[in-house]
Ligand binder design. Structure first.
Ligand code: FES
Ligand code: FE2
Length: 428
């Protein structure tokens, strides 16, 4: 449970709000690089942290990110012409380069050189990992790009998608680090009931998740603070003398990783505030060693796992609250917990069902919410430190993001730290 003041502090991210200023100290995924595929291609709308922006790729390939509204009389630059190193407002012809400088003002007499006195708001961008990243903070505090593994593998090893979610970002992060929901929300009925046939089918599986994840429905959580955020360890009973451990990271300000098992691809998320009622859900699938497999591509194509099919302009999932996520009640009766196809839509349906901004003064948290409590505490602490003038450390240290999630089975006597170290040695 949070107080109303804490809930407000965490969930409000417009300019001038404490959490808004905090998020503005980090590089944030802003758009897919493929949304601005070529020099002088059409500009696109981007909304981040409550700000309406326009992105365009200029003649030299640089990506500009400007206030959507022209500083002359506030017309939208979405209608602008992207031409010769700048975006020209089609209302009266003022033209802006990617730095926000007005470089042409054809409706004013040249002798006044009025254009030299006009700038529009512009933010820094970087292209990295198939994504255009944006920095909306003070120019003299430019952070380092986070060395996230997914952004650093070859393009063939990675798939990145973005979707629009009708909730505040915090609700989405909470869904991402809540490891106990997958035993229910994402389960088939066979798994949920642990039927004999399910046990038979999975008992020799090399996939630890299939074998153990759904067997123990009340996992134990422990959380450790790190320099990048949190590492969340979730322990389930495996065999009589072993535990199945899943380790996942929460990386400031809003990245998460789903536990990796050798031989499989890795998945991660980043949740970016769009405004206080909506967020961008970024989902990444990557294989550190190889190009993505046919199996990965099929799961993406069928939106059966963590990615969802979206409408191309708005990025709103095709399964959404207006069509009840295309729920199939017969499926729900006979085969799966939800009757909704795909993990992404299942998560989205339940997170959106809480309303865009959940009232955290009215919740009753249990031990399975340990990671959520720790994440909120950490973010509150970080936001308050910035209010007192302390620069967020993680934003200045790209190297600390060079981590990987993992899952492993350990003898019940072995300490997790020791087991994880052994696993690392084997991996290296
Ligand atoms: S409103 Fe853009 S040039 Fe006038
Ligand atoms: Fe989920």
């Amino acid at each position: 449970m949070l107080s109303q003041a804490e809930n407000d502090l965490l969930t409000q991210t417009a300019i001038g709000t404490p959490a808004g200023e905090y998020f503005r100290r980090y590089w944030l995924p802003a758009m897919l690089a493929s949304e601005v595929p070529a020099p002088d291609c059409p500009p696109v709308r981007v909304k981040l942290l409550g700000e309406d922006l326009i992105a365009f790729r200029d003649t030299h390939g640089r990506v500009g990110l400007l206030d959507e509204f022209c500083p002359h009389r506030r017309a939208s630059l979405f209608w602008g012409r992207n031409e010769e190193c700048g975006l020209r407002c089609v209302y009266h012809g003022w033209k802006f380069d990617p730095s926000g400088a007005c470089v042409d003002m054809p409706n004013e007499p040249a002798q006044y050189a009025f254009e030299n006195k006009v700038r529009t708001r512009a933010y820094s961008t970087r292209e990295y990992g198939g994504v255009i990243w944006a920095y909306l903070g003070p120019p003299d505090q430019l952070p380092e790009l986070p060395k996230l593994e997914w952004a650093r593998v070859p393009d063939s090893h990675r798939y990145v998608s973005k979707r629009f979610q009708e909730t505040n970002y915090l609700q989405a992060i909470e869904g991402g680090i809540d490891s106990s929901h997958s035993n229910f929300l994402h389960a088939t009925l066979d798994a949920f009931r642990v039927t004999d046939s399910y046990v038979e089918k999975t008992k020799n599986s090399a996939n630890l998740r299939a074998k153990y994840h759904l067997m123990d429905k009340a996992p134990r959580f422990s959380v450790k603070k790190t320099d990048y955020g949190l590492v969340i360890a979730v322990r389930r009973n495996a065999e009589e003398d072993t535990y199945y451990w899943r380790l996942t990271q929460f990386l400031l300000p809003s990245h998460t990783m789903i536990p990796y098992q050798k031989g499989h691809s890795i998945h991660g998320h980043c949740w970016v505030p769009r405004d206080d009622q909506t967020c961008w859900v970024w989902t990444m699938t990557w294989n550190p060693d190889d190009a993505l497999s046919r199996e990965d591509r099929d799961a993406i194509e069928n939106d059966s796992f963590v990615h969802a099919k979206v409408e191309p302009v708005t990025f709103r999932p095709l399964r959404n609250q207006d069509n009840n996520y295309l729920i199939d009640r017969e499926q729900q009766r006979s085969a799966t917990m939800t009757g909704i196809h795909g993990f992404a839509a299942q998560d989205q349906a339940l997170q959106e069902s809480m309303g865009p901004l959940v009232d955290r003064t009215r919740e009753r948290l249990g031990t399975s919410d340990t990671a959520i409590i720790a994440m909120r505490r950490l973010l509150l602490q970080e936001i308050r430190s910035l209010q007192q003038g302390e620069t967020p450390l993680a934003a200045q240290q790209g190297d600390i993001y060079w981590v990987r999630s993992c899952s492993l089975v350990l003898n019940r006597q072995v300490e997790l730290d020791e087991g994880a170290r052994e696993l690392m040695k084997a991996e290296v």
